[in-house]
Design a protein around this ligand. Structure first.
Ligand code: HSE
Length: 314
């Protein structure tokens, strides 16, 4: 029997979970983290779709045509003009990223499907080409961009096209993520936002988002305590995450440089310099404070992923 690994229509990729917004950078900043989902794609000429999922949320991942990774694979095939030739696929995923918690699990499926299919055809699209398709599927770039590029990303939408700048911070950070035991849909978390914001709140965020990027790029840790707060989305989402403000305060009292909702929630993320050695103390403080609000949570201590999606096997 032909060795399955020799199949030229197969690729295996690893995609990082991501945290969007980073406080003040609503819908434009994101970072890749060292928690990963794995996707094993085999393209089939026949019209047959097999989806097998293991790990986080496996029981709720659609197995049919609604499967997000399959939609991404089909979009890539259409883009490169091979959709008539490959009508089916075997998609196996192993997921570590919690679902519907603001850690970019849907982006891992989209980016995984795109990157794996692209690899099978010898990478006709570069990272910017993949980003364009991923943003089109996801609707906004702030999770898919770091999942593709790694590191921190700043994305700008201009006339419907996305421009992403990715960089590695000059401060080695530890990311402390408190993962509550409830899901939060991005749709609901966007529904509670106002249509318009005040000039004062806009200035509040522009100044902090700018400070965050400048401090990370130049390695100026002393400016980070002024860089993570937000006035555009967190005040409105507070009611969806019991104890949000108090968990932020607990993280900061334990030594965090700042804290924010991860993406649209429900996770909360705190930041500390790796050299502080405070990550376990901050994690315990966040979990304990969630408990004070009757929310059971677990903590993840992560680093910034430097690579973005990676091909593991071909
Ligand atoms: N920037 C988006 C939001 C991220 O906060 O709604 C969603 O994953």
């Amino acid at each position: 029997m032909k060795n399955f690994m020799d199949n030229k229509n197969r690729a295996v990729v690893r995609v990082p979970g991501t945290s969007a917004n980073c406080g003040a950078g609503f819908d434009c900043l994101g970072l890749a983290t060292t928690i990963y989902n794995y996707l094993d794609l085999t393209l089939l000429k026949k019209n047959k779709l097999v989806v097998e999922s293991a790990g986080e949320g496996a029981e709720n991942i659609p197995r049919g045509k609604r499967n997000l990774a399959w939609q991404a694979v089909q979009r890539l095939l259409k883009e490169i003009g091979r959709a008539d030739e490959f009508k089916g696929a075997i998609i196996k995923t192993k997921n570590n990223v919690p679902i519907s918690r603001g850690l970019g699990s849907s982006s891992t499926a989209i980016v995984g499907g795109l990157v794996a299919a692209n690899e099978i055809f010898g990478s006709p699209l570069d990272k910017n080409g993949l980003l364009k398709l991923a943003t089109e599927i996801e609707g906004h770039p702030d999770n898919v961009a770091p999942a593709i590029f790694g590191g921190f990303t700043v994305s700008v939408m201009d006339k419907g096209a996305v421009q992403t700048f990715s960089f590695l911070p000059r401060i080695k950070l530890k990311l402390i993520v408190a993962v509550p035991d409830f899901e939060l849909s991005t749709r609901l978390a966007r529904k509670v936002l106002p249509k318009n914001v005040s000039m004062r709140d806009a200035i509040f965020n522009i100044s902090r988002a700018s400070m965050l990027i400048a401090a990370l790029v130049e390695g100026r840790e002393e400016f980070l305590p002024f860089a993570f707060d937000d006035a555009l989305h967190q005040p409105y989402r507070k009611k969806l995450v019991p104890g949000m403000t108090e968990v932020f305060d607990a993280a900061k009292s334990a030594g965090a440089l700042g804290a924010a909702i991860s993406g649209a929630g429900s996770c909360l993320i705190a930041f500390t310099a790796a050299k502080s050695g405070l990550e376990n103390k901050i994690a315990a403080a966040m979990v304990e404070e969630f408990k004070n609000h009757d929310v059971s949570a677990k903590a993840l201590i992560l680093n910034v992923d430097k690579h973005g999606a990676q091909i593991l096997k071909r």
